[in-house]
Write a protein that binds this ligand. Structure first.
Ligand code: 5GP
Ligand code: ZN
Length: 140
C-alpha cells in the first residue's frame, strides 16, 4: 500500500514531509535519523508501506542489503567512518517504534561505541536442535 495516511514514514518517503535525504530511487528514500546514534545515522525507507520485514514484498526487500552496503561505503568515504552497523527492528518487543519497514545504517568511528550489543546466553545441543526445528517447521 502506498501512502498510509497515518504513517509518518510514508509521508517522508514520498516527499510529503521534507527530510535530509541521502539517496532516492523509485523504491526507496534514504534519510538521516532525527535522533542519530552517531553522525550520519541513516534510515532506508521503502516508498511502499509495509509494517515490517514479514510483510515486505520480497523483490523490494532483496534490494535493501545491497543499498545498505552502498550507503555504508559512502559513510566510510564521505564521513570518515571506520565501520557501520545495519540494524532492523520488527515488532515493539524488538524495539520497533515506527511501524513502516525501515533499516538503520549506523556509521561507527574509531574510539566510539560499537554495535548495540547483547549478553551472550547459553544453550545445549538438544535445545538448539529443537529450536531450529520449531522455526523451520513454521516457515512459509
Ligand atoms: P525503530 O526504533 O522503529 O527501529 O526506529 C525508528 C527511528 O526513526 C528512530 O531512530 C527515530 O529516531 C527515527 N524517527 C522517528 N520519527 C522520525 C521522523 O519524523 N524523522 C526522522 N528523520 N527520523 C524519525
Ligand atoms: Zn508507511
Amino acid at each position: 500500500m502506498v501512502g498510509d495516511n497515518n504513517c509518518i514514514f510514508c509521508k517522508i518517503a514520498n516527499g510529503e514531509i521534507p527530510s535530509a535525504t541521502v539517496y532516492e530511487d523509485g523504491d526507496f528514500r534514504v534519510i538521516l535519523d532525527m535522533g542519530p546514534a552517531s553522525k550520519g545515522h541513516a534510515l532506508i525507507l521503502p516508498k511502499e508501506h509495509y509494517k515490517d520485514l514479514c510483510e515486505a514484498d520480497t523483490a523490494v526487500a532483496a534490494k535493501i542489503l545491497p543499498l545498505a552496503g552502498r550507503i555504508g561505503a559512502g559513510m566510510k568515504k564521505g564521513l570518515g567512518a571506520s565501520g557501520f552497523n545495519v540494524v532492523q527492528n520488527n515488532g515493539a518487543s524488538a524495539g520497533q517504534t515506527v511501524f513502516h519497514l525501515h533499516v538503520h545504517v549506523i556509521p561507527r568511528y574509531e574510539g566510539g561505541p560499537a554495535m548495540v550489543s547483547w549478553e551472550p546466553g547459553s544453550a545445549d545441543a538438544e535445545v538448539l536442535a529443537q529450536t531450529a526445528k520449531a522455526i523451520s517447521a513454521a516457515m512459509e
